[in-house]
Design a protein around this ligand. Sequence first.
Ligand code: FHN
Length: 456
Amino acid sequence: MVLLLLGQNITAQQLTKDQRMAWWREARFGMFIHWGVYAIPAGTWDGRQIGGIGEWIMNRGKIPVNDYQTMAKQFNPVKYDPDAWVRMAKDAGMKYIVITSKHHDGFALFETKASKWNVVDHTAYGKDLLKPLAEACKKHGIKLGFYYSQAQDWNNPGGSAARRPTKEGWANPDSVIIDAYTKEHNGHWDPRQELRTFDQYINDVAVPQVRELLTNYGELAVLWWDTPTGMTDEAATKLQSLLALQPQIITNDRLKRPNFPGDHKTPEQRIPNLADLDGTDWETCMTMNGTWGYKSYDLNYKSPQTLIRNLLDIASKGGNFLLNVGPTAEGEFPQQSIDILANMGGWMKVNGEAVYGTKASPWGLFPWGRCTKKETKSGTSLYFSVFEWPADGKITVPGFKNSVISAKLLATGSKVKTSLSRAGVLTISLPASAPDPIASVIRVDVRGKVAEKITQ
Ligand code: FHN
C-alpha cells in the first residue's frame, strides 16, 4: 500500500514489533560511535583539562558559542575511512552501528538544509560523513542506526541545555556569576543560545533534520534519541510521527519519558540485575574507557576480558550490548579500541554462536560463569560460558530435566563428558585447563525445549 505521509510517498508495511525487533534480538552486539568536533579539543580547552565526558566539553567548560564554532572550522578528518570502520565492527562480531548524527553540541555530521552548523557548510572537510558510512554498512551487511540529540542543542538557538555547575568542568574563577546565569537561563550560558524558542528549534531544526536523516541514507535500522531535556509531548509527537518514513525502524526509550517508551530500554554504563528485568527489550550502552567522545588523556580502558564477559552477562540476561568507540578528529579509532575490537573478534569467531540469536539463561547466573540458550529444530542448545575454571574439573547445573544429546567445547571442538543425577543435577567434566582464560564455552545439546526459568 502506498500512503501519502508528511509530503513523502512511502510504502507502508504493517510490521509487528516482533518483526521489527527480529534482527536486533538476533544481533546482540553492536557498535556505538560518538564522533563530532569535540574530538578536536579532546578534553582540553585553553590549556585546561575539562572534567567529565569528552563530548560535553562545551557545556562543562562553558565555552561561548562563537569560540566553539571557530574551533570547529578546523574539523578535517582526512583519515576517515568508513569502510575500515565498518570492517572493524564486523570483524569484532558486531552486527550494527549507531553513530551520533548530531550530539548535544548540535553539530550535524551530515548535509542539512536546516542549519549551517554542519560538516558540509562549516568545516574545512566539507563533505557529508554519514553517506559513505551508510554505503560501507550496506556493502558489508551491517545495519546502520543514527543517534540524534533531539532536545539538547547548545549551538542551534532554541535548543535546550542540561544545567551543569561550573565545578564539573574546571575551577572557573567566574563560577558564581556563571552558575547564577545558567540557573536563570535554563542551563544556557551564552545569550546566543536563546535567540529562538524551543518550539522554533524543534520545528526549524530537529524535525527537518530527522526527516533528512530518515530520507537521505537508505534503510535505517535504529533511531537512537538521547536526553529528553525540556521535551514536550507536542515536540515528541512531531518527531515520532516522522518514523513512519522508515516503517521497519527501531527506537529507544529516550524521546520523552515516560509516555514515549520506544522499543527498547537503554541502561547506560551498567548491566541490569536480573531482578530489574521486566520482559522489555533492552540494550546496555557502554564506553571502552571513561568517555564517549574522544579524550586524548583518558587511557582507562576496560580489558577485553571485562568486555567479553560483559557481553556474555548481557546475553545471558536477554539483552544487547552497544559498545562505544570515540574516533579522533582526524577520523581514526584510538589504537586501544582497535586492539579491543580485534581481541573481541577473535573470541567471537570461535564462540559467537553462544551470543547470536540466543535467549536468556533459564538458570540466571552461575558463580562460575553464564549460560545462554537457543532453540533448534532438533531440541535446544545450551551454551555454558565458564569464567572461573573449576579446580576439580567439574561444573554442575541443577534442575536439569532434558536428556543430553552431546556436549563439546567450542574452542577445541572436543567432546566433554556429562552425567545426569536422579536429582536432576548435570555434571560436566572438563579438561584440566581452560582452553580460553577469558571464557570457554561448552555447548550442550539436549532433547526438547528447556523451561524459560529454572530455580537453582
Ligand atoms: O549526554 C549523553 C552522553 O553524552 C552520551 O551520548 C550518552 C550515551 O548514552 N547519552 C547521554 C547521557 O545519558
